[in-house]
Each structure stands twice: as C-alpha cells, then as structure tokens.
Design a binder for this molecule. Structure first.
Ligand code: ZN
Length: 248
C-alpha cells in the first residue's frame, strides 16, 4: 500500500492541485494531517477538493479556529485576521465539515496521524528537544505529523541513536527517499502543501510505501503568482502574501 500524505494545505488550491496532479497514479490511499484552511484564498474549494481526494483527515489548529471549535485568541494578529476572513468565506456545509474532523492522534493500519504531536495536537515538534521524548514514548514504528510546515522528521534507532531527517535541496519531484529500518521509530513530516516554512516555497508532500518500507519526500513548484494575486484581491494581509514566496 502506498499512502499519499498531505498536511497544512492552508486554503492554497494551486499548491493542492499541483501536488494531486503530480502524485496521481503514485498512491493507493491519501491522508491529510490537518490545517485545510487558514491563511490562503480558497478555503471552500480546498475543503471540497481535500474531502473528495483523501480517505482520512484529522483537524489542525486553524481548522478549529476557522470553524469556531476554538476562538483563535492564541493566534498572532496576522493569523487572527486570516481566520476572521476565512470564517466569513466558509459555507455552512464546509464549516460543519471542519467542525466534524477528528482530533489526532488517529490510528491507522501500521501508523498514526497527528497534527502537532501525538501527545498534544497543538504542540510543535521543531527539533530534537521536542522529538526525543515523543520517540521515547511511542510504540508504533511510524507517526506522521505536521504543524511546523517543515519537511523532514526525526528517528530513534536501536540502542537509542537519534537522527534528524534532513531533506537536501533538489530539483522538482522526488527529493529524498528514507529507508525505514527494522527496530527504529519515526516521526515523519511531509512538509506543508500550501505554506512551507522551511525556506523552500515549493509545495510539499510525502508518500509512505508500506511494501518497500520507505518514505518518499516530494517538492513541486506551483503557480505561486496566481495564489498571491487572489490573496491580494481578497484583501488578505500583505505579510501573508509575501511569506509564501519566501517559504517562511
Ligand atoms: Zn498549519
């Protein structure tokens, strides 16, 4: 089984469509680790597309804030402005779909999904300091997580050897293949589809290949200028438009 892993799409329809087009014929099932909406200009289209294209979805902090599960008062000013705009745009049907998304961690056949951390859906796993205790605790070999918008992840090998999984800069397409070792445990971040923050503006996703015991990381350029134009027309804050091209 090959599992397409999307995360943090953030209402970026061009990024989502480009990833889906590139990944087509490459996977059997698709999962999404949360944050369908927030920041980007196409919340309704992205909810509808992701809902149709994926088999399993969990909620992210922006899905909660934009659908009224939380009030988003812990967000910074720019995120609060984008949340208010998104709430106005979302149809009743899409709002209630976002409200109904399950909380992670969610157990699947041989792996689990989390938005932030399996301990706390809103917690960021940025570095070894956060990843180490989580990898000590988990019993499953593979935990998929997002929320940081940084492609890569962490591993704990036999005898406690810790590894940060780094993705080298590369051309569009398959940028890194990670072989999953027997006896190791992994935290796998596919990166953000719609708002990367690891210095590379291109849309990110990953594929877990369960038969070949590997994770494939992908990066694909998309029509960024079109997304930015739509954000401008929507009156979304300038720094949110700019950050897309910076990958920050
Ligand atoms: Zn996010």
């Amino acid at each position: 089984m090959r599992i397409l892993i999307l995360s943090d799409i953030h209402a970026n329809l061009e990024a989502l469509e480009t990833c889906m087009e590139f990944a087509k014929d490459k996977y059997d099932r698709a999962v999404c680790l949360g944050d369908l909406v927030g920041y980007g200009p196409d919340p309704n289209a992205v909810v509808e597309r992701a809902r149709a294209a994926t088999n399993v979805l969990i909620r992210g902090n922006h899905d909660k804030a934009c659908s009224g599960v939380t009030d988003g008062s812990d967000f910074n000013l720019l995120a609060r402005l984008a949340t208010a705009w998104t709430r106005q745009q979302l149809t009743a049907e899409n709002t209630s779909f976002l409200r109904s998304l399950p909380q992670g961690p969610l157990l699947q056949e041989g792996f689990q999904l989390a938005h932030g951390s399996p301990e706390d859906e809103d917690e960021y796993i940025f570095g070894p300091g956060e990843a180490h205790p989580v990898l000590h605790k988990v019993t499953l070999q593979i935990t998929l997580f997002g929320h940081t918008h940084r492609q890569g992840g962490f591993a704990m090998h036999r005898y406690g050897r810790f590894q940060t999984i780094r993705i080298p800069p590369s051309e569009d397409g398959l940028v890194h293949t990670l072989a999953l070792k027997e006896g190791a445990r992994y935290l796998i971040n596919p990166g953000s589809t719609g708002q990367p923050r690891d210095g590379d503006w291109r849309a990110a996703f990953a594929i877990l290949d369960q038969d070949h015991r590997q994770v494939e990381y992908y990066r694909i350029g998309y029509n960024l200028a079109f997304t930015q134009t739509k954000m401008m027309q929507a009156g979304l804050p300038q720094p949110l438009i700019r950050r897309l091209e910076l990958g920050r």
